[in-house]
Design a protein. Structure first.
Lengths: 256, 366
């Protein structure tokens, strides 16, 4: 198997803080991969670098056999990598359906200026958008402003509009954070379904271990901006370096 | 649920009819105005009000949709006026044919909007505002100091051989055509995918870029449309008042007035800036005719109105009024921000009030 998405030796510093320090990860096509690590280990920075929101100081990002290092966010999205944000980012003063349509136009490719003013091209987007809203379960709210959705519903909306462009890889930043258990199950089911039926590849960051261990086939552990372990959940769970990263290396030797 | 929905949808069927009727009445009043009030003192109110309706609408096409507050619209307004004046002077164009220069003025506005936008639109919010102000002062200084602009004395427009009794009437209809055109463009932008992208940028630009919106291109296009319209109406204004000087063509009060009009009426909506312009401009003109408010006093009063609007009516008459009506209509039901208009708010609150399958009911605090 070849890695669909991989990074190679990514470096990123903010002032004196080395957020990424040679982070190298590989996500196989058609898998659900997890990225875990303590707070401040560089998970979100890694997402930002992959999706073009931050430029790495060094290192490369590969999507299939295409180098996408330093590509702008809209180009990364057009290439087939969608993402959600840790604190959901939706367009609060657009309706839920309009939020979906913003994402829909990315698929249409280049167009002339006049077609920007057309509305007819939206009809099929609208249908597709409604199907996806139904898929995540918020189709009843299509006509209200996205800003009046609850936090959990916003997470679902964000997932739905990332799906509009039918990306090959979806990066999810804490999809289960701040969400109730029922909704977590709902999100898990949707991810499994997309992965099984459409072969969508996922890379997700999550602190909820139960969620990550149950969903992901491979897990990479990041610590201080560097990948320390990568493998199936059972291996990662028992790896000493992982326990060290989470619990502190000196804890057992020096239980103060 | 779906039955209730259909009934709710059918109910506000009266609203579009009322809206359409109101629009027809407004157009009729606008067309009849100079026939009814032929007194030049009154019809000049109409001309200037329509010039400001156009300029405020042009401002709104860019700033209202994107949330980038431009305080540099006078750059376009003055440039349009100067383009008209310089071209008419240097090419010896006189009489009615000067109006053939209007497209050229629009082109100059567009040509200025591109470098202006490419520089200013790289930054957001406060920094953007400051850069637009800086551009404004650069243009005013250039008008003062270049020789082809006529320096501090500015330019006179060539004499128009129109009878003085009805001098205002053709200007009124030219300004009305521009106002109608600007509003039509604003409406087209609003309902298009282009407008949707602009509003997505307003809400979260980085997120929009992450969803494939080419933010710079989209913002610049809106800025260019806005600048083109403003430059053309600036040229009309120059011909109407017969002269332009650096401090009147590139007037800081002009920039602030547009923002005040938009904020008073309702920033972002199409009717808001129109309403604001129709209130503010005649009020300003009237204050200037009153001896007790002469000169700076009327400007102080405008400043006071600005403060009151920002403090107590920050989203304008149209938006706040609409919400008030919604609140009265949906009293006792859960508050939901109306989606598109007052008419659809009943539907929106109905949709949220109904409890969904438990699997999607929301969790977590905001």
């Amino acid at each position: 198997m070849t890695a669909l998405l991989r990074t190679d030796g990514l470096m990123k510093a903010y002032g004196g803080v080395q957020a990424l320090n040679g982070a190298t990860i590989a996500v196989e096509a058609g898998t659900v991969a997890g990225l875990i690590g303590p707070n401040g280990s560089g998970k979100t920075t890694l997402f930002n670098v992959i999706t073009g929101y931050e430029r790495p100081d060094a290192g490369e990002v590969w999507f299939g056999d295409r180098a996408i290092t330093n590509l702008a966010p809209d180009k990364v999205f057009a290439a087939g990598i969608g993402r959600t944000f840790q604190l959901t980012r939706i367009f609060a003063r657009l309706t839920v359906l309009e939020n979906m349509l913003v994402a829909a136009q990315a698929k249409d490719g280049p167009r002339n200026l006049l077609s920007w003013f057309g509305r007819d091209a939206w009809t099929h987007h609208r249908r597709h958008a409604m199907e996806l809203l139904e898929f995540v379960g918020i189709e009843r709210h299509a006509d209200i402003l996205a800003g009046s959705l609850s936090y959990g519903q916003r997470k679902l909306l964000e997932l739905a509009y990332v799906l509009v462009a039918d990306p090959a890889v979806i990066l999810l930043d804490e999809p289960a954070g701040g969400v109730n258990p029922t909704l977590i199950n709902h999100i898990t089911d949707r991810i499994r379904q997309l992965n099984a039926e459409q072969g969508t590849t996922f890379l997700l960051v999550e602190h909820n271990m139960e969620f990550v261990m149950g969903l992901c086939s491979t897990i990479t552990v990041l610590e201080s901006g560097k990948d320390v372990v990568s493998g199936p959940p059972d291996i990662v769970r028992t790896d000493k370096r992982v326990l060290d990263a989470y619990l502190g290396a000196d804890l057992e030797e020096d239980p103060r | 649920m779906s039955d209730a929905r259909r009934r709710l949808r059918a109910a506000p069927g009266l609203a579009p009819a009322l809206k359409g009727g109101g629009l027809v009445a407004l157009i009729a009043i606008a067309i009849a105005f100079p026939q009814v009030y032929s007194n030049p003192a009154v019809s000049s109110y109409g001309v200037l009000a329509l010039i400001y309706v156009t300029a405020a609408t042009a401002w709104n096409i860019f700033s209202g949709n994107t949330g980038y507050i431009s305080l540099g619209q006078a750059v376009f307004y003055g440039s349009g006026a100067y383009t008209m004046g310089i071209a008419a002077r240097d090419w010896n164009i006189t009489g009615d044919s000067v109006f053939a220069l209007l497209p050229l003025c629009g082109l100059v506005g567009a040509a200025i909007a591109i470098p202006f936008g490419l520089i200013a639109l790289r930054v957001k919010r406060h920094t953007f505002i400051v850069i637009t102000i800086a551009f404004f002062f650069i243009f005013q200084l250039m008008a003062f100091n270049f020789s082809f602009t006529g320096g501090s004395t500015g330019l006179q427009s060539p004499f128009l051989n129109w009878p003085s009794a009805t001098y205002n009437t053709p200007f009124y209809y030219i300004a009305l055509a521009f106002a109608a055109g600007a509003i039509a463009i604003a409406w087209l932008v609003r309902r298009s995918r282009f407008g949707l992208q602009l509003r997505a940028i307003r809400d979260d630009e980085d997120r929009a870029r992450g969803l494939g919106v080419k933010a710079m291109r989209v913002k610049l296009s809106a800025f260019l449309i806005s600048g083109t319209i403003t430059a053309m109406i600036g040229a009309v204004w120059f011909y109407y008042i017969n002269q332009v000087e650096p401090q009147t063509g590139f007037d800081p009060i002009f920039d602030l007035t547009l923002v005040l009009m938009a904020f008073l009426g309702g920033y972002g909506s199409i009717s808001g800036p129109v309403l604001g312009a129709l209130i503010i401009e005649p009020l300003t003109l009237w204050l200037n005719t009153q001896p007790q408010f002469s000169g700076y006093l009327s400007e102080i009063l405008l400043g006071a109105i600005f403060l009151i609007v920002v403090l107590f009516l920050p989203r304008g008459i149209i938006t706040t009024g609409g919400e008030l009506i919604t609140r009265i209509r949906t009293r006792g039901r859960p508050a939901v921000i109306p989606a598109t208009s007052v008419g659809s708010s009943a539907l929106a609150s109905g949709a949220t009030a109904a409890s969904g399958p438990s699997s999607v009911s929301s969790g977590g605090g905001r």
